[in-house]
Ligand binder design. Structure first.
Ligand SMILES: [Zn+2]
Ligand SMILES: [Zn+2]
Ligand SMILES: [Zn+2]
Length: 296
C-alpha cells in the first residue's frame, strides 16, 4: 500500500476491517475467496496512525495493535524510518493507544515483544482495567512486561505534541472483563477527528450526537450494513449502517465508515449499498487515506 501525501499533523488510516480482517479466517464467501487469490484485495483490521511530522524524526502513534500490525508498520516505513543502530529495522512507533481488549485491537501487541520487534519500553496507553487484564495474563506477560504502560482515563486528554491531544471517551461495547471501551477524540492544531471503531448502539452513548457534531470528521463503527449478514445468528451488537446514517441526520456528511465486516456490501465499489452511503454524504474509509489535522 502507498500512503497519500500527508500534511505535517495527520491521521492515517492503516486498516478499515472488522477484527478478523479480509479475508476472514475460514471464509469462502466470494469476497474472501477473491482476497485469498489476490492479496491486493485483502484488507487489514481497523487501525489509525497519528503522525506529527513537525518533529524530526516524525512522531507516530497507533490507535490499536491489530493482528495485521506488521503490515501496517511496514506501510509507515517512510515515516518511521530506520531504527537507530539497526538500519535494516524500522523504528518502533512512539506509542500505542488501545481502544479495548478485543482481538482485532490488541492481537498485535505481542509483535512488540521478545519474539518479534523487541520494542522495549514502547509506551502503551490503556485503561487501567484493560492494562491489568493484559498484564496479569500469564501468556501475555513476556511481551507485556517489556512495554511501558500508561493509564488512560475517560475524559482526560493526553498531550502527544504541541496542539495535539487525544481524549479517551467511554462508549458502550461488549465488555467481558469490565475493562471498558474507548473512542478517541483527536484534536490537532486546526482540525479534530473522532475515532469510534466499536460501539454497541449509538442510543446508549448519550453524547454521541454532540461529539460528532463538534468534530470535523468522525470515523465510526460500520461493521454491518444489514442483519442479513449475520446469517440468522443472534444480533451482534454493532449499529447497522442505515441506522447510523439516520441517527446522525445532518451530521451524516462527517461520517467516514470503518471497521467493516468481510460480509459488508459497502466493500464493493459498485454496490447499491455503497452508493446509498455516498448519497447520504458519508464516505467509506480507505486504507492509506490521510486526514489533515492542520490547515493545509
Ligand atoms: Zn473490533
Ligand atoms: Zn468472507
Ligand atoms: Zn470490539
Amino acid at each position: 500500500m502507498s500512503l497519500e501525501p500527508f500534511p505535517a499533523v495527520s491521521a492515517v488510516v492503516l486498516g478499515i476491517m472488522q477484527d478478523g480482517g479480509l479475508p476472514h479466517a475460514g471464509c469462502r464467501c466470494p469476497r474472501c475467496a477473491d482476497a485469498y487469490e489476490q492479496p491486493a484485495l485483502a484488507g487489514y483490521a481497523a487501525c489509525l496512525a497519528l503522525v506529527d511530522a513537525r518533529a524530526l524524526p516524525a512522531r507516530v502513534w497507533l490507535i490499536d495493535a491489530t493482528p495485521d500490525i506488521k503490515w501496517q508498520l511496514n506501510d509507515l516505513r517512510g515515516i518511521l524510518g530506520p531504527r537507530p543502530g539497526r538500519v535494516e529495522r524500522l523504528r518502533p512507533p512512539d506509542g500505542i493507544l488501545l481502544t479495548h481488549g478485543h482481538m482485532g485491537h490488541v492481537g498485535g501487541l505481542p509483535q512488540f515483544g521478545p519474539e518479534a520487534m523487541a520494542a522495549d519500553g514502547l509506551p502503551v496507553y490503556a485503561s487501567e482495567a484493560l492494562a491489568g487484564v493484559i498484564r496479569e495474563s500469564a501468556i501475555w506477560r513476556p511481551a507485556a512486561s517489556t512495554l511501558s504502560w500508561a493509564t488512560l482515563t475517560a475524559g482526560r486528554p493526553v498531550t502527544l505534541g504541541y496542539s495535539l491531544t487525544v481524549t479517551p471517551l467511554a462508549v458502550p461495547h461488549r465488555d467481558e472483563w469490565g475493562a471498558g471501551t474507548f473512542a478517541f477524540l483527536v484534536e490537532g492544531p486546526a482540525r479534530s477527528l473522532l475515532y469510534v471503531p466499536d460501539i454497541d448502539r449509538w442510543e446508549d452513548w448519550p453524547a454521541a450526537r454532540a461529539v460528532v457534531g463538534a468534530v470535523d470528521v468522525a470515523l465510526v463503527d460500520a461493521t454491518f450494513y444489514s442483519a442479513a449478514e449475520l446469517g440468522g445468528r443472534p444480533p451482534v451488537a454493532h449499529p447497522l449502517i442505515p441506522d447510523t446514517l439516520a441517527y446522525f441526520g445532518e451530521s451524516a456528511g462527517k461520517l467516514v465508515l470503518t471497521h467493516l465486516n468481510h460480509t459488508n456490501p459497502v466493500l464493493d465499489e459498485d454496490s447499491e449499498e455503497r452508493a446509498m452511503v455516498y448519497r447520504r454524504g458519508a464516505t467509506v474509509a480507505r486504507q492509506g487515506q490521510v486526514f489533515s489535522l492542520i490547515n493545509t
